[in-house]
Unconditional design. Structure first.
Length: 359
C-alpha cells in the first residue's frame, strides 16, 4: 500500500505530466482528460465519484493519487457584493482570495505567495514580508474553491493575479498555474481573461515575453521618476522606471491588447499636475492605458487618499495628453478586500482572530 506521502498530487500536475504519471502506473494517457474535466469543470476530486472511469481505475487512482485543495476557513461578503475568502493551506498557512462580481465580468483576485517580499510603502501585504511561495496547485486551488463557492465553475470569469504576493517573484509556479488554468480540458480559460500584475521584476518580465501562455500585463508603476518610485516600490532601486518602460515597449502584444500601468494615488506624494504630465509623457510610446487607484487607506499605512477632485484633475491631465486612463473603483473596502488590504497573520491564530488583526 502506498503511503499518503508517496501518492502523487494531481493538483500539482499539468495535463501532460498527469498523462505520464498515469502511463507509469499502467493506465491509458487519455484518462487525464477525463480526470481534468472532473476536477476543474465539475469540482469533483474524489476518484470514486468519477463515474466515466472504470471501477479498477477509480480504485487505482484512490490508492496512488490524491487531489489537494485549500480549505475554506472563512468567507465574508461586502455591502457591494465583493467576497473575501480566507483559505487554509496544507501546512496551516492562510491566504486570501477575492471574488469581485459584475465589473462587468466576474473576477477572481488570486494570490501567488503567502505574504510578499516587495514591501511597497502603501501595501498591507508588504508588511507581512514573504512567508513562502504558493505552489501551482495552491494558485489554481483558489480558483477551484472560489468558482465552486460562487457557482461559476461552468461560467466565464476573469482572473487577476492581484492578491497577495508578487507573481513574477514566484515565476515557475505562477506559469505552471497559468498552463493548468488554460488547459482546454480543465477550466479552458483564454489567457486574455487573465491579468498578471507585477512591480516589474525585469529579468522575469523579459522571460514572460517569451511564454506560450501570455496573460495580460499590468505594471505597478505608481510614480513617473526613479526618485519618487524608489521611495514607494523599493525594488525600483534595482530595476528602474526607464528599464521597465523599455521592456514594456518591447513586450509582444496581441492585436488589440495593451499594457495597463497601475498608479496608486497618494495625496501630496505622486498626485500633482506635474506628476500627471510626466506620467503621460513616460507611457506615451507604449501601447498602454493608465489605471489610477486612489489609495485604500489603512492603519499603519503612512499615506492618505487624495480627494475625488485631485483624482479627477490628475486623470484629466493624463487624458488630455492622449493617454487612455481609468480610475479603479474600490471594491470590498468595508471587509478589507480592496487592493493592498490583504493580510493574514501567522498560522496559530483562528480565522476570526486573524481577520480581527486587520480590522
Ligand atoms: N504584486 C503585484 C500585485 C499587487 S496588488 C503588483 O505589485 O503589481 C494589485 C495592485 O494594488 C498593485 O498595483 C498594488 O500596488 C496596488 N496596491 C497595493 N496597496 C494598495 C493600497 N493600499 N491601495 C490601493 N492600491 C494598492
Amino acid at each position: 500500500m502506498a503511503t499518503a506521502e508517496r501518492r502523487r498530487d494531481i493538483a500539482e500536475l499539468e495535463r501532460p505530466a498527469l498523462e505520464s504519471a498515469l502511463e507509469e502506473h499502467g493506465h491509458a494517457r487519455f484518462h487525464a482528460r477525463q480526470i481534468f474535466r472532473w476536477i476543474y469543470r465539475r469540482g469533483v476530486t474524489d476518484a470514486d465519484a468519477m463515474t466515466d472511469l472504470s471501477r479498477e481505475l477509480r480504485a487505482a487512482l484512490a490508492r496512488d493519487f490524491i487531489v489537494t485543495t485549500p480549505t475554506l476557513a472563512h468567507r465574508e461578503i461586502s455591502a457591494d457584493g465583493t467576497e473575501k475568502f480566507l483559505l487554509r493551506l496544507a501546512d496551516g498557512r492562510h491566504i486570501e482570495s477575492v471574488f469581485i462580481p459584475d465589473t462587468p465580468a466576474m473576477t477572481f483576485c488570486i494570490s501567488t505567495q503567502v505574504g510578499c517580499a516587495m514591501a511597497c510603502a502603501f501595501c498591507l501585504t508588504g508588511k507581512m514580508g514573504l512567508v513562502r511561495n504558493l505552489t501551482a496547485a495552491e494558485i489554481v486551488g483558489q480558483v477551484r474553491v472560489l468558482a465552486g463557492a460562487v457557482n461559476l465553475r461552468e461560467a466565464r470569469f476573469n482572473i487577476v493575479l492581484m492578491g497577495m504576493g508578487e507573481p513574477l517573484h514566484n515565476y515557475d509556479e505562477t506559469m505552471k498555474a497559468l498552463r493548468i488554468l488554460t488547459d482546454e480540458h480543465g477550466f479552458d480559460m483564454s489567457p486574455r481573461r487573465i491579468t498578471l500584475s507585477t512591480v516589474g521584476l525585469l529579468p522575469a518580465l523579459e522571460r514572460l515575453a517569451t511564454e506560450a501562455v501570455m496573460p495580460n500585463l499590468a505594471i505597478s508603476l505608481h510614480a513617473p521618476t526613479d526618485l519618487q518610485r524608489g521611495e514607494l516600490v523599493p525594488i525600483n532601486r534595482k530595476y528602474g522606471v526607464g528599464d521597465i518602460i523599455d521592456a514594456c515597449r518591447k513586450f509582444p502584444l496581441k492585436n488589440r491588447s495593451r499594457i495597463t500601468f497601475e498608479y496608486v494615488l497618494l495625496a501630496g506624494v505622486n498626485d500633482s499636475p506635474q506628476d500627471a504630465r510626466r506620467l503621460a509623457k513616460l507611457v506615451a510610446g507604449v501601447k498602454s492605458k493608465v489605471n489610477l487607484i486612489p489609495l485604500n487607506a489603512a492603519a499603519g499605512i503612512p499615506f492618505e487618499r487624495p480627494s475625488d477632485e485631485a483624482v479627477n484633475r490628475f486623470a484629466k491631465i493624463v487624458a488630455d495628453h492622449g493617454v487612455a486612463v481609468s480610475v479603479r473603483k474600490s471594491r470590498g473596502r468595508d471587509i478589507r478586500a480592496a487592493c493592498g488590504q490583504l493580510i493574514v497573520e501567522g498560522a496559530k491564530k483562528s480565522a476570526a482572530q486573524q481577520l480581527a488583526v486587520v480590522m
